[in-house]
Write a protein that binds this ligand. Sequence first.
Ligand SMILES: Nc1ncnc2c1ncn2[C@@H]1O[C@H](COP(=O)(O)OP(=O)(O)OP(=O)(O)O)[C@@H](O)[C@H]1O
Length: 237
Amino acid sequence: MLEISHLTHRFGSTLAVDDLTLTVPAGRITGFIGHNGAGKSTTLRAAAGILPFNAGAIAVDGHDVRTDPIAAKRASAFLPDNPDLYDFMTGLDFLAFIADLYRIPRAERRDRIGFYAEAYDMTGNLGGVIGGYSHGMKQKLALISAFLRRPRLLLLDEPFVGLDPLASHTLKEHLRALCRDGGAVLFSTHVLEVAQTLCDDIAIIRQGRLVVSGPTATVTRDASLEDVFLELQENAR
Ligand SMILES: Nc1ncnc2c1ncn2[C@@H]1O[C@H](COP(=O)(O)OP(=O)(O)OP(=O)(O)O)[C@@H](O)[C@H]1O
């Protein structure tokens, strides 16, 4: 579903991502783990088609993000760690705007908004302006807008930070459901426990380079990775 080949990107003299190759298959949740500044957000933004990267190639559901950007963006939804939404709009206006943008038929949008708003306990808040939302409420609205689109690929940057335990639980269920329906998920996290319990696959990035990727059980069992895990755990603390 997502094919990243030899992705390389620099910000000035900082080599943020260095020759990274990673595949996220359909039907699987992949956890993208690394310490602060490892290159996770840069990779996710490149995959989402919002960061013009220096070298390499990325395809989403077979669509090259550089040569076929509209099809690639249509197939994926990206949630940044700090969603920048339109403060002057109500939550409902924002969702209607996204539904218009992605041409979601009226009956479907009503059903999906109703379903996801209920699931994230946002039904009573959608009439309020986004500027008055808490950080967690903004995050939930961004999640609803992503699920509303039924993306094939979901790219999430630290999605569990700021969510209450119930919303975190709901999100995990929705990620699993998206994969059951043939979609794929790539999300970044510092929390190893979340990755270990939720992910089918884990990819570890350090200083812009992919250290390892593969099925969670294999990656976490590999003794040579103990150092990487310890380092990440220290970082998380
Ligand atoms: N817009 C930017 N301008 C300059 N340097 C940047 C920019 N964005 C990221 N970087 C640098 O690129 C490197 C990778 O950053 P990135 O945000 O991808 O890491 P990350 O793994 O997502 O980190 P975190 O877990 O802290 O979010 C870091 O050295 C960072 O300082």
